[in-house]
Design a protein around this ligand. Structure first.
Ligand code: GLC
Ligand code: CA
Length: 559
């Protein structure tokens, strides 16, 4: 497999809220088609589509009922091919979401499996167990909906779901299931897609016997028995073989993964993925999930960034992101809605110059912010609804709702804000979900016109990266790790370097230069303020210095 992905950056589309081409209030492939030149204009090189497949939408596409088709809300397979071909014409790669830990309970495999019966080929497609007396098969909890087991009257057994009840886990130990997965991969690769983002891929192999987890650990108690399970590398090797027949790449989503496990997946003899998303840097204002909040700490964010930059250098490759469809908007979390433009651009610079392949989530490039709906009934996301209904029941309503405001995945799922016309230019029909009220102020059209906008800052950074060998190959080093307000890092390659300084302060700060840079700073190549002042950083100022090597400087002085 080629490593073309190392020079690239990707734009993530969560189609339902991206652009509505037929004005029924729901984003679709026609809408995507019309926006392909916009996507190209950002300077990205590819698109990752969150699931486009038929789905009852219990988890908005991550509960699939047909892997080889397109959800009728979004169009048809031929609409998809049109998008794919046009994207390729524009030089954009396209990767699909591959969700194979579980299906929808409305998938025909599950409907068949529920029937049981010894000669039923689908009987063991899922993880079915009897109860233990009047107790559940084990004490695992699901991420989304209480206990991880659901009773099925028809079959007279429980099935495992580590996500929502409508997302039964597949039994990957069954070779027939693995054949199905390979056939799904071939289906899309034959059509011409360029790779996959593989959903919760480190969860697909479970420890035999499904032992009880530690009862003191809520929600994640089953984790030691389904994360990085005993056969995971064998199964991924089988899938890798399929991909090797094509020129494609594989990106795994790895919740709770650590350096050691990611290195096992992405390098050495077990290499079966090209890179992985980790979650460490998404916890700089929370524990484990955004629902359990703590104040934002830049130091925590920096520690997470540096851990992965140092940890994978020269061995593997990072997948860089600060937003996706699973997290509230980053400006509202780590930045400042007050210093909106400044903090959104500083956040961009904080990760776009790291080593790895960057992903930009729809709306991130204009600094879309969180929504704050007035009642839990207005939210759509299954995990927000569960968090609200299961935890903190005795707290005042205001506080319970504030937790949802700060944590809901719905904030990332509001319609894209294209312009200041009705429904933010997303659709002429009433959209399927709330449009953030601030669309008249925050939208693509207005930022197109402003050369200092967040949108244009993303373009500048992405285009710069593409041309820069330092960005691709350079070694990462962080300075002043203890500084609670400023993130300073360098990338160095063949004696040349970039020094990136990002302030996360809402006040002016003094510039602190690493010793080695004193007296050898080159010019400011990129800055989110029009005229950077020597020695002083304005609120959320971010600058990228290009520096010259010592030998170059000496030559320069000689001449
Ligand atoms: C991944 C997806 C998320 C989904 C979950 C279950 O984390 O990104 O949206 O809810 O897996 O499929
Ligand atoms: Ca539509």
């Amino acid at each position: 497999m080629q490593d073309w992905y190392k020079n690239m950056s990707f734009y993530q589309i969560w189609i339902r809220s991206f652009a509505d081409g037929n004005d029924d209030g729901i984003g679709d492939l026609l809408g995507v088609y019309d926006k392909l030149t916009y996507i190209k204009s950002l300077g990205v090189d590819g698109i990752w589509f969150s699931p486009l497949y038929p789905s009852p939408n219990a988890d908005f596409g991550y509960d699939i009922s047909d892997y080889k088709n397109i959800h009728p809300d979004y169009g048809t397979l031929s609409d998809f091919k049109r998008v794919l071909n046009r994207a390729h014409e524009l030089g954009l790669k396209v990767i699909m979401d591959l969700v194979i830990n579980h299906t929808s309970d409305e998938h025909p495999w599950f409907i068949e499996s529920k029937k049981g019966g010894d000669d039923n080929p689908y009987k063991d497609y899922y993880i079915w167990r009897d109860g233990k007396g009047d107790k559940l098969p084990n004490n695992w909890e699901s991420f989304f909906e209480g206990k991880a087991w659901e009773w099925c009257e028809e079959r007279g057994q429980y099935y495992l779901h580590i996500f929502a009840k409508k997302q039964p886990d597949l039994n990957m130990d069954n070779p027939a299931v693995r054949e199905e997965i390979k056939s799904i991969m071939r289906f899309w690769l034959d059509m011409g897609v360029d790779g996959f983002r593989e959903d919760v891929i480190n969860f697909i192999s479970k420890v035999p016997g499904l032992p009880d987890g530690n009862p003191m650990l809520p929600v994640i108690n089953g984790m030691p028995y389904f994360k990085d399970g005993p056969h995971i590398h064998e199964y991924l090797a089988e899938f890798r073989k399929v991909c090797e027949e094509y020129d494609c790449f594989q990106l795994g989503e790895g919740p709770m993964s650590d350096l050691k496990s990611v290195l096992l997946y992405t390098s050495g003899e077990h290499k079966s993925l090209d890179m992985m998303f980790n979650f460490d840097h998404m916890q700089a204002d929370c524990f484990m999930t955004e629902y359990i909040q703590r104040p934002f700490s830049l130091r925590k964010l920096k520690r997470a960034f540096s851990k992965w930059q140092y940890g994978l250098y020269g061995k593997s490759w990072n997948a860089l992101y600060i937003e996706n469809h699973d997290h509230p908007r980053v400006v509202s979390r780590y930045g400042s809605e007050e210093f909106h433009r400044e903090s959104a651009t500083a956040l961009a610079a904080s990760y776009l110059f790291q080593q790895g392949t960057p992903f930009i989530y729809q709306g991130q490039e204009i600094g879309m912010t969180n929504i704050r709906l007035s009642s839990i009934d207005l939210y759509m996301d299954v995990s927000s609804k569960t968090n609200y209904s299961l935890y903190h029941l005795n707290d005042p309503e205001e506080l319970r709702l504030a937790r949802i405001h700060a944590s809901s995945r719905d904030s990332a799922r509001t319609p894209m804000q294209w312009d200041s016309s009705e429904n933010a230019g997303f659709s002429r029909h009433k959209p399927w979900f709330y449009v953030n009220d601030n669309y008249t102020r925050i939208n693509v059209a207005s930022q197109e016109k402003d050369k200092n906008s967040i949108l244009n800052f993303y373009r500048t950074c992405l285009n710069y990266r593409k041309r820069s060998r330092i960005c691709r190959y350079g070694k990462y080093r962080e300075f002043f790790a203890d500084d609670p307000k400023i993130y300073t890092y360098e990338r160095e390659y063949k004696g040349k370097s970039l020094l990136i300084i990002c302030s996360f302060s809402d006040k002016e700060e003094v510039v602190r230069l690493p010793k080695k840079y004193r007296g050898r700073l080159g010019h400011v190549a990129i800055c989110n303020y029009p005229d950077p002042e020597w020695g002083l950083l304005k609120p959320y100022e971010a600058r990228v210095y290009e520096t010259i090597s010592n030998s170059e400087r000496k030559n320069h002085e000689k001449n």
